[in-house]
Design a protein around this ligand. Structure first.
Ligand SMILES: [Zn+2]
Length: 195
């Protein structure tokens, strides 16, 4: 019997054809492919995305768009970049209410930081990275100016602490894993990894 190895899906449509043989691109492609073939990595990404999903859902976000693993070329920065598959929350339904803006910012900090905290707590030793999550949260805080000025660093830390506290609860941990399994079916349908 021949075992079929699943082939990872990687979207390279953002790489101009003339850069398709570029050394850096080829190395990055191998790196992304290797990550996608690593069951611990798949599990870690799904757990990371479960964190975002659980807390954005609590904020009332209903729509999440699955995105494929992709590599693209950033013309402005003159750099190749990559990301693994994920779930992008549609934040357009969130309305800023000036009366409760601080609670909203804290909720946003929790939802944005939850990916990293979930990975830290439930996928020990795996680094999925939350540089983008942190950067996006900073931009969202800056977007509130000049009406509202918030210390994004302080809110981020508070958000991290609250999610960490929530995850000490066994039931919350179980929910997180259940959610991560559902997300796996959605964003890595080609992968046969089970956890
Ligand atoms: Zn994230």
């Amino acid at each position: 019997m021949i075992e079929e190895t699943p082939i990872p899906e990687i979207d390279i449509s953002g790489v101009p054809p003339h850069l398709g043989t570029h050394r850096v691109f080829l190395d990055l492609f191998c790196e992304v492919k290797e990550a996608l073939m690593n069951p611990a990595q798949i599990r870690a990404v799904c757990i990371h995305e479960a964190g975002h999903h659980i807390y954005f859902s609590k904020m009332g976000v209903k729509n999440f768009l699955p995105t494929k693993a992709r590599i693209w070329y950033d013309e402005e920065a003159k750099l190749f970049d990559s990301e693994l598959a994920g779930l992008r929350p549609d934040l357009t339904s969130i309305r800023v209410n000036i009366q409760t803006v601080r609670e909203q910012v804290l909720d946003m900090a929790k939802a944005s930081a939850a990916g990293g905290i979930f990975t830290e707590a439930l996928a020990e030793g795996m680094d999925v990275g939350n540089r983008r999550d942190r950067g996006l949260f900073k931009l969202q805080c800056e977007g509130l100016r000049p009406k509202v000025i918030v210390d994004d660093e302080a809110f981020w830390k508070l958000g991290e602490d609250e999610v960490r506290k929530d995850l000490k609860n066994e039931q919350e941990k179980e929910n997180a894993l259940t959610e991560a399994r559902k997300i796996k079916l959605l964003i890595y349908p080609w992968s046969d990894v089970q956890f």
